[in-house]
Design a protein around this ligand. Structure first.
Ligand code: FE
Ligand code: FE
Length: 168
């Protein structure tokens, strides 16, 4: 049967995609955190990594609900976003500017997740899978909160980043 034959089949594909994306993040976020100089940036990335482990578990729970395996798909978009994060990690430069760049990379990741969870939640709603909707919504809320806190952190480190030109 085609992966796009039914909304149910589409949901399975999308859960697999999200599962792979979250799995990539569980590995990537600690590396991004380690590359951060500002302790609150580091802590925010580590805190979200812990939440991300919960996102993986929720997707496993959802897979059980819909009687499917969450494995078997690669999220290529997340690969690219994580790769961009790695580029920042390897870059040398002013610590505050690098922290800012890490926040940008992390927020791009959050926005991608928000798009994914939001639309897949709508799909689950269409299928009247209330339990699945609720689980997806819980993760979506955490992604949104993480994104907002990253914006706050970017504002907090802005004065230090503005001074970067004077340090060189
Ligand atoms: Fe997540
Ligand atoms: Fe996230």
């Amino acid at each position: 049967m085609s992966k796009l034959a039914t909304l149910e089949a589409l949901l399975v594909q999308e859960i697999k995609d999200l599962y792979d994306a979250e799995g990539q993040l569980v590995k990537a976020l600690p590396k991004m955190a380690k590359a951060a100089t500002d302790s609150s940036v580091r802590e925010a990335l580590l805190k979200h990594c812990e939440e991300t482990k919960g996102h993986v578990e929720r997707l496993e729970e959802i897979a059980k609900f819909i009687d499917a395996s969450p494995r078997g798909k690669t999220c290529k978009a997340m690969r690219g976003l994580v790769e961009e994060g790695s580029e920042v990690i390897e870059e040398e430069g002013d610590p505050a500017i690098k922290d800012f760049a890490l926040i940008i990379a992390a927020q791009k990741i959050e926005h991608y997740e928000i798009a994914g969870y939001g639309s897949v939640r709508t799909l689950a709603k269409a299928l009247r899978l209330d339990d699945v909707v609720e689980l997806l919504q819980s993760t979506l809320d955490e992604e949104g909160a993480s994104d907002k806190s990253l914006t706050e952190l970017a504002l907090n480190i802005t004065p230090a980043a503005m001074d970067a030109g004077m340090r060189v």
